[in-house]
Write a protein that binds this ligand. Sequence first.
Ligand SMILES: CC(C)(COP(=O)(O)OP(=O)(O)OC[C@H]1O[C@@H](n2cnc3c(N)ncnc32)[C@H](O)[C@@H]1OP(=O)(O)O)[C@@H](O)C(=O)NCCC(=O)NCCS
Length: 196
Amino acid sequence: MSVTTSHETAISGYPQAVTLSDGRTIDLRMLAENDRDAMVAFARNLPEQDLLFLRVDITRPEAVDNWLANIAAGVTISIIAYDGEQMAGFATVDRTPARWTRRVGELRLTVGHDYRSQGLGRHLSAKIFDIARELGLKKLTANMTPDQRGAQAAFGRLGFTAEALLTDFVEDRNGNLHDLVMMTFDVDGLTDHALQ
Ligand SMILES: CC(C)(COP(=O)(O)OP(=O)(O)OC[C@H]1O[C@@H](n2cnc3c(N)ncnc32)[C@H](O)[C@@H]1OP(=O)(O)O)[C@@H](O)C(=O)NCCC(=O)NCCS
């Protein structure tokens, strides 16, 4: 008898397509090893301001390899968005290893500059919310700096609220310290925000 795990259920149903508000069709797939080079190229194309605050420096192939290892270990689930051969964005959820925070996952969401404000972030987050629910997560966190005003506004629109401000938690690529804003989303409570 085959037993379907919550992890398998969460990642079933891919690939699938979504349509952006400008009419472009975007394919959503689960991130896999053969996406490594596309991910590095995507990261290297991000605006300087985004690169400054990348939580994991995915312009480095080794960092993407670590990410892929976490996927293989079941710690991370990631959706990658393609416009034809070109990568348009990604959403990823990392489960926390500590037992007492096992119901909390961290969301990272990045959309390529040419694809912003067309609803891709909303599509990706809605899919990640479904996955988070399937995995039994209760809360998602998203970390950013107070300087990332656009991202804070967008996450607010997606149903996240600012829950903590941590002083000097972030060192950017230039070695400067910034505060960290932790925004959170209640997976069971506010999911409809992502689907409106
Ligand atoms: C944040 C980010 C993922 C949004 O992606 P996107 O595809 O542009 O978002 P969408 O078009 O789906 O917009 C989602 C909602 O946020 C709003 N929004 C998007 N960008 C916004 C901005 N700069 N300012 C205010 N609101 C914004 C949209 O209006 C939309 O709300 P609505 O549907 O109620 O109108 C994208 O800007 C990004 O990749 N930023 C850099 C990475 C980052 O800082 N990530 C945060 C740390 S995890």
